[in-house]
Design a protein around this ligand. Structure first.
Ligand SMILES: Cc1ncc(COP(=O)(O)O)c(C=O)c1O
Length: 342
């Protein structure tokens, strides 16, 4: 009988990430929140573009792209999609072309991930003022058809790389975290992550069942309602479990997700800004306003209201997003610390 871990290792994966990512203590931030122990799992340092959670997913997605002999990858996301830029970097590293359907607020000059997309040679179709997932998916389907008619071999990658195969990256991440925690992996633990397209949460929850039996995994939504997230997370996890030869790992009512810190996709929240400033000031840790800043704002609030156990170790998954931070100067331009000398 093979174990789920052995079955995970038997699934094809292309090495794209720098692993293991560091697991760092954050004692000053822990003290700020009244937590006994806070650790940061640095998945912002996976590599590919400027790093982030997508790299682990892409390791399990690109084998199929190559097996199908595709020559161009088409994917979708918001204007500042980390997934899009990281997919572009992975595609280039493997010698493939990349086409991106992005949508959202129009831009005057390319910044953040859009700049990376262009440097990585991606061709972009931009839906001005429209980041609706269905509209993005419809445009991706149109473009993929056009490419096929022109004799190309496109691979259409769904938003966020959140497929059953992609989420296996976070089953592996849970095992990596368990190895780093040592004996503490068997005990109680709180694990907090940002949630967008749900693949990361799905993989972590499934991985926690296998490798971190005492973990409570808390997803902090960056956009959608908690009910929709729970449904999608359970669906993806069931697909991932099937790939590992396992039955349905959990029902949607077992997914813990908080949606009160989102205020809409890409909206810069006051609580998110506070969390970004405090993490930077206390630990030199850089978060972004769309994903990790909101997740940290959720952790701040849950800690302050006693909704997480202060005595139990907490792990914050840093899922990346640095390019977004670097494109968010306007939201942080109220700094009083600049003295201009002419
Ligand atoms: C920085 C960052 N954090 C978190 C997430 C959310 O991950 P997922 O889409 O797997 O829920 C994303 C995905 O877009 C992201 O780019």
């Amino acid at each position: 009988m093979t174990t789920p871990g052995e079955r995970l290792d038997a699934i094809r994966r292309i090495e794209l990430a720098t692993l293991p990512t560091p697991l760092e203590q954050a004692p000053r931030l822990a003290a700020h929140l009244g937590l006994s122990r806070l650790l940061i799992k640095r998945d912002d340092r996976t590599g590919l573009a400027l790093g982030g959670n997508k790299t682990r997913k892409l390791e399990f997605i690109f084998p199929e792209v190559l097996e199908r002999n595709c020559d161009v990858v088409v994917t979708v996301g918001g204007a500042q999609s980390n997934h899009a830029a990281m997919t572009a970097a992975a595609a280039r590293r493997l010698g493939l072309e990349v086409k991106l359907v992005l949508g959202g607020r129009d831009f005057a000059e390319p910044m953040g991930n859009v700049l990376l997309d262009l440097l990585l040679g991606a061709e972009i179709r931009f839906l001005v003022d429209d980041d609706d997932n269905d509209a993005l998916a419809a445009e991706m389907a149109r473009w993929t058809d056009e490419l096929r008619r022109a004799g190309r071999r496109p691979y259409a990658l769904p938003i966020g790389g959140s497929t059953g195969a992609g989420a296996l990256g976070y089953v592996r991440a849970a095992r990596e975290l368990a190895q780093q925690l040592g004996p503490a992996a068997a005990g109680p633990l709180q694990l907090v992550t940002a949630v967008g397209s749900c693949g990361t949460l799905a993989g972590l929850l499934l991985g926690a069942r296998l490798f971190l039996p005492g973990a409570r995994v808390i997803g902090i939504s960056v956009s959608r309602a908690a009910g929709a997230i729970a449904r999608r997370t359970a669906e993806i996890a069931a697909e991932s479990a099937a790939l590992l030869g396992l039955g349905t790992p959990f029902a949607e009512d077992q997914v813990e997700c908080r949606d009160e810190y989102a205020e809409g996709y890409g909206v810069v929240t006051a609580a998110g800004k506070e969390a970004i400033r405090d993490a930077a000031a206390s630990e030199g840790l850089l978060l972004d306003p769309t994903y990790t800043g909101k997740a940290m704002a959720g952790l701040f609030d849950l800690a302050r209201r006693g909704e997480i156990d202060r005595a139990v170790p907490t792990v914050f998954l840093h899922t990346g997003g640095l390019p977004i931070l670097l494109a968010s100067g306007a939201a942080f331009g109220d700094s009083a610390a600049v003295t201009r000398i002419r």
